[in-house]
Design a protein around this ligand. Structure first.
Ligand code: XUL
Ligand code: CO
Length: 437
């Protein structure tokens, strides 16, 4: 046992003061016809929870993630699997997400790395037997190794492109072997530092070619899930091609990848792009491309990715409102979130997930209330009611012309003002729903 002092985390309700209990996440509670567990397919990110020690630009790690083994060995890789499964079972989390190099230490020779991946995925598969734990998605880390300094699919080096292809192939093999629901491309270094040395069109065509090959190979080995792009505007590159959902969707359509890909929207990436999390969820949903979510939050006073566990209930409420309206996620909610560096104990890992899961559970409860309450949706429906009949209905049906509309306008004189947006009233409705008991 790696966490001997931590019990299975129970649901105790909002009046509990037990730090190791859920206050809102009640897995089997039914909300709008589905259990909380079904609405909220939570996942553990292998990299943050089992690998990251809190290393930053200014200092060493503070957390012990050795789990009793020598780091950089297969013994350590297996200890992480054991610790991860104990953690997920105690949390009641049923999914995990991984990068290839989160699972095993990367060797100099890719043949050896791949052998290690075969060994660890056999071990994970064995651990999965008899549990409810499943793989949400896998991915290849194509940003950490120095060979990817100029990107992977977008690299100026054809040899690096081939290496990326080899990693994608193996990561897909492992994802399929573990029954993963999805496969993610986060274009970590797919972007540029300066246009002075960059052929943007060339690089984007190459990224698309790599994705097409991934789709072709994935389908050939029986992968039926979704591929995802995870948009992010900057960091580590000064500019990243998958800037935000709208940009990534345009790219997928441009290169004919939109049938196989959806979005994996990360809250902190949306805010780095100058959007709200809700905005990027909405843009994905209205384009039929809301797949999965990386659940975290940033710090609005900082301009970089802080990957904090989510606690802002307004944000989780509006996120769950979008997700409910979209009919749910085909993917899940992966905590791409890490403990703050001074929260370095194993117990803090549990506190962090309790915080995040409770924040989304409470967001779900409040979002369902917004929908049941009906004032927000009713207001929006009414706001566009001039399109329900007459000339408005003809516009919506595409049955008119500029000439007809100009003739109509001639008869109007000046149109009446379009009606108050009532923003402050609507914000009050949200507060009323948030704090009603
Ligand atoms: C980095 C990030 C990644 C992806 C997977 O900002 O979010 O961890 O989620 O590569
Ligand atoms: Co992410």
């Amino acid at each position: 046992m790696y966490f001997p002092n931590i019990p299975v985390i129970p649901y105790e309700g909002p009046n509990s003061t037990n730090p190791l209990a859920f206050k809102y996440y009640d897995a089997d509670k039914v909300i709008l016809g589905k259990t909380m567990k079904e609405h909220l397919p939570f996942a553990m990110a292998w990299w943050h929870n089992l690998c990251a020690t809190g290393v930053d630009m200014f200092g060493r790690g503070t957390a012990d993630k050795a789990f009793g083994a020598q780091e950089g060995t297969m013994e350590h890789a297996k200890a992480k699997v054991d610790a991860g499964f104990e953690f997920m079972q105690k949390m009641g989390i049923e999914y995990f997400c991984f990068h290839d190099v989160d699972l095993v230490p990367e060797a100099d020779d890719i043949k050896e790395t791949n052998r290690r991946l075969d060994e660890i995925s056999d071990y994970i598969l064995e651990k999965m037997q008899g549990t409810n734990i499943k793989c949400l998605w896998g991915t290849a880390n194509m940003f950490g190794n120095p060979r990817y300094m100029n990107g992977a699919g977008s690299s100026n080096s054809a040899d690096v492109f081939c290496f990326a292809a080899a990693q994608v192939k193996k990561a897909l093999d492992i994802t399929v072997k573990l029954g993963g629901r999805g496969y993610v491309f986060w274009g970590g270094r797919e972007g540029y530092e300066t246009l002075l040395n960059t052929d943007v069109k060339f690089e984007q065509e190459n990224i698309a070619a790599l994705m097409h090959m991934a789709v072709k190979y994935g389908r050939s080995i029986g992968f039926t899930g979704d591929f995802y792009i995870e948009p992010k505007p900057k960091e580590p590159m000064k500019h990243q091609y998958d800037f935000d959902a709208a940009t990534a969707i345009g790219f997928l359509r441009q290169y004919g990848l939109d049938k196989d890909f959806k979005m994996n929207i990360e809250a902190n990436h949306a805010t780095l792009a100058g959007h709200t999390f809700q905005h990027d969820l909405r843009i994905s949903a209205i384009n039929g491309m809301l797949g999965s979510v990386d659940a975290n939050q940033g710090d609005m006073l900082l301009g970089w990715d802080t990957d904090e566990f989510p606690y802002d209930i307004y944000v989780t409420t509006m996120a769950m409102y979008e997700i409910l309206k979209a009919g749910g996620l085909t993917g899940g909610l992966n905590f791409d979130s890490k403990n703050r560096r001074p929260s370095y104990t194993h117990e803090d890992m549990f506190h962090a997930f309790i915080l995040g899961m409770d924040a989304f559970a409470l967001g779900l409860i409040k979002a369902a209330k917004i929908i049941e309450d009906g004032r927000i949706d009713g207001f929006i429906a009414d706001r566009y009611s001039s399109y329900n009949s007459g000339i408005g209905a003809k516009i919506r049906a595409g049955e008119t012309s500029l000439e007809e509309l100009a003739a109509y306008a001639d008869e109007l004189g000046a149109p009446a003002l379009p009606g108050s947006g009532r923003q402050e009233y609507l914000e009050g409705v949200i507060n009323n729903i948030m704090f009603s008991v």
